[in-house]
Write a protein that binds this ligand. Sequence first.
Ligand SMILES: [Zn+2]
Length: 169
Amino acid sequence: MKTLLRLIELIDMPEDEAIAAIAKSVCPPMGTIRKSMASHGSRGFSVPNVASIRSVFRECDYRCEYCGSQLELRIRHVTDDLSDNSPSNLKVMCLRCCIRGERRDIDSSCQVGRLASAIVRLYDESGRFPENRRILEEAGVKQIGGYTDFVEFMKWRFAQERTEPELRI
Ligand SMILES: [Zn+2]
C-alpha cells in the first residue's frame, strides 16, 4: 500500500481521482457493460438486462472467473451460443483473460502493477529513473511489451518531479 501511495504522489494524481479509478475498475457501470455487449460480441443477439448482468457480477464476486482479477471486467458467454443469456452461460472475465481466450497456462499476474512498483522502488533507491533492464529484473517480468507507453509516462512524470520540486507539495 505504501508503494501505491508513493505512485499516486509521483504521478501527481488527486486522491479522489485515484479512488474513482479503483471504484470504476472494481464495479464498472452495468449499463456500460451492457452497451459494450450490444456493440461487440453479442451483435445481432439480444443482450441481458442490467439486473441480470449485476447478478452475474455478484455470482462471480465482482472478480474475473478465471484469474480472480478485479481489473477491466466484462461479461462473456461461456459457450459459443451468444443467444443464450441464461445465468449459467454468463461469466465475469477480465480483459487479459478475454484476450488470452481463457488460457490459464499464460502468466495472468498484473504485469503493469509489478512494473510500476518496481519503478517506484528503484527510483526512490537511486533518485533517478531506472533503465528498462533494471525495471524488468526488479519486476520479474520478461518484457515491457504493451506497457511501453505507461513506462514512458512514468519517466516523463518523474522527470517533472525532479525538475520542479518547488511546485510540488
Ligand atoms: Zn482474468
